[in-house]
Design a protein around this ligand. Structure first.
Ligand code: HEM
Ligand SMILES: *[C@@H]1O[C@H](CO)[C@@H](O)[C@H](O)[C@H]1NC(C)=O
Ligand SMILES: CC(=O)N[C@H]1CO[C@H](CO)[C@@H](O)[C@@H]1O
Length: 323
């Protein structure tokens, strides 16, 4: 009797631990560096403002960088590791070959290191930089809870981001697997309200004259701008995703989707797909709602699969493990 009671209690205990370890309660905290580096947020923002002044195009690049970091192994700065002869990294993977802004992260992190050596993680630094980018481009201000740790692994073979030609059903499944609803996925595709794409991501749509999903005037203009033949990435022209306001976080990209004027197939399909069309129409008509939701969902994006507590490390240089 006493023995079985003992086992019963033990079992409860083990189950309780298992539940507490597997439940993904995010314990990130806006005040995480309040005693160890109280100026961290302000330092990042000041360093970013300097960088924006030099090059406006890095703000969209950093918003995209957060997506690429957080969707592979969680928001753990694994995207930033420079591969060595001995160890591969996510930066070798094809979707990363058009990522920009690694040098900006290194620069900002250097300023943060000078203020508080070895305290602020690269994952937190990027989360703050992406937020500052959204705000710089006119998006709504939002809080970034902090306390992410930097990962100790980065593998090219783990990069399974959806391709620009992936069917929207696959895209929705990929986002659902990270905890995002269809509505949140549509809001995040609204990230394509800023920045640019290489022609390589949509040239196949120009070739397919019968595909009927691209506005004819846009097809003509893009064919003139891009040409029909593939080019090496460094020679490939780039086009603004939202040419009217390429450096403003606004809902214009949803209007483009509805007018068959999106460059990326994934965006175009969102306008007609049964699960997403209603959300696209709503945000096309609701500029303020989009601004608010975009910031909320960006904040959520920055919490995907984070490492906390003693996991991982706090990298000194974002592009390399400490040792
Ligand atoms: C299925 C999902 C997605 C696909 C297939 C996709 C695809 C792409 C592609 C192909 C480009 C152009 C890259 C280049 O050629 O230089 C791009 C750019 C961009 N993406 Fe996405 N994307 C997706 C989701 C997201 C999300 C969730 C965000 C963040 C909210 C985002 C933000 C951006 C931004 C800001 C740019 C412009 C980058 C720059 O100007 O350097 N994308 N995306
Ligand atoms: C967009 O393309 C669809 C066909 O895919 C067509 O039915 C629709 O009328 C087009 N809309 C506009 C605004 O051109
Ligand atoms: C930005 C970046 O790190 N790009 C890398 C992508 O992968 C290629 C091929 O391995 C590298 O040469 C690039 O440096």
């Amino acid at each position: 009797m006493r023995v079985s009671m003992y086992y019963h209690l033990l079992l409860q205990f083990v189950v309780a631990i298992a539940i507490s370890r597997s439940s993904c309660v995010v314990a990130l905290d806006v005040g995480y560096y309040a005693s160890t580096c109280p100026g961290a947020e302000a330092t990042v923002r000041q360093a970013m403002e300097q960088q924006f002044y030099n090059d406006n195009t890095i703000a969209p690049a950093l918003i995209r960088m957060l997506f690429h970091d957080c969707f592979v192994r969680g928001c753990d700065a694994s995207v930033m590791i420079i591969p060595t002869a001995a160890r591969s990294s996510e930066r070798v993977a094809i979707p990363n070959q058009t990522l920009r802004g690694f040098n900006i992260i290194d620069r900002v992190k250097k300023v943060v290191e000078a203020a508080c050596p070895g305290v602020v993680s690269c994952a937190d630094t990027l989360a703050l930089m992406a937020r500052d980018s959204v705000v710089h481009l006119g998006g709504a201000e939002y809080d970034v809870p902090l306390g992410r740790r930097d990962g100790l692994q980065s593998n090219a073979w783990e990069v399974n981001l959806p391709a620009p030609f992936a069917p929207l059903d696959d895209v929705l499944a990929a986002f659902a697997s990270k905890g995002f609803s269809a509505e949140e996925t549509v809001v995040l595709l609204g990230g394509h309200t800023v920045g640019a794409t290489h022609c390589a991501a949509f040239r196949y749509r120009l070739r397919n004259a019968d595909d009927g999903t691209m506005d004819e005037n846009l097809r003509r203009d893009m064919t003139a701008a891009c040409g029909m033949s593939d080019m090496a990435p460094e020679d490939d022209p780039t086009e603004f995703l939202d040419p009217g306001t390429p450096f403003v976080v606004d809902n214009a990209c949803f209007g483009q989707m509805m007018g068959n004027r999106s460059l990326l197939q994934v965006d175009q399909e969102a306008a007609t797909h049964a699960i997403t069309a209603g959300h696209v129409a709503y945000y096309a008509a609701s500029p303020d709602a989009f601004l608010l939701r975009f910031s909320e969902v960006m904040a959520k994006l920055a919490t995907v699969g984070v490492l906390e507590g003693d996991a991982g490390e706090v990298r000194k240089v974002c592009s390399a493990y400490n040792k």
